[in-house]
Ligand binder design. Sequence first.
Ligand SMILES: [Zn+2]
Ligand SMILES: [Zn+2]
Length: 236
Amino acid sequence: MKPFVADVHTHSLASGHAFGTIRELAASAAQRGLKLLGVTEHGPGIPGTVEPIYFRNLADAPRSLYGVEMLYGSEVNILADGALSLDERHLSCLDYGIAGIHGPCYEDAGVVKNTDNVIRCMEHSKVKLISHPDNDYYPLDYPALVAAAKEYNVALEVNNSSLRKPGMRLNCLENYRKLAPMCMEQGVWLIVNSDAHDPEAVGEFSLARRLLAELDITDALILNTDLEKLKAFLLN
Ligand SMILES: [Zn+2]
Ligand SMILES: [Zn+2]
């Protein structure tokens, strides 16, 4: 497998429960040899995260730090009715959006409704990837999810933090073993992210790399081993 060149799902202390500044995240990314870092603070619904005005001010955020290209998005919450927790006005300020289910603002609605809620969010043109679709506390119908990811050209994430803290998301390893081969079969993009909440974890992909190698997932399917391919996908 080629080396990873980017990590596009990370949180700075602005998210309220993370521990580094964007400069500390970028310094760590540079140390690990990444070319691009995406900082994606949580959207409304997570206690202590940024106010939406933060996203309106992203035009002032540095575009390059320590030789690392910087992008800014948000990990927006998927809500019970399939809505996104950040409004249109603020979504339009982002380089790209991530949509994900999070306990503080989501109650399990069963596999059919959970899947439908995720798919409704995929329809939004800013949403480029689904974070940690690996958690049986909020189970998903993987064949339906993969088919929708193909239809809306949305990538599915392999989240290294889930693998690092397996108790946090139920059956995450088993779920990736089901999901990744389906993505390969259907030609759906995968992206590997750290979901770092501390600078130390930026670009730390070892467990995800091992899993994808074990599953014989080809480089061609993985977005963040190729900088130009990744940018074309995120910023289109
Ligand atoms: Zn998340
Ligand atoms: Zn996250």
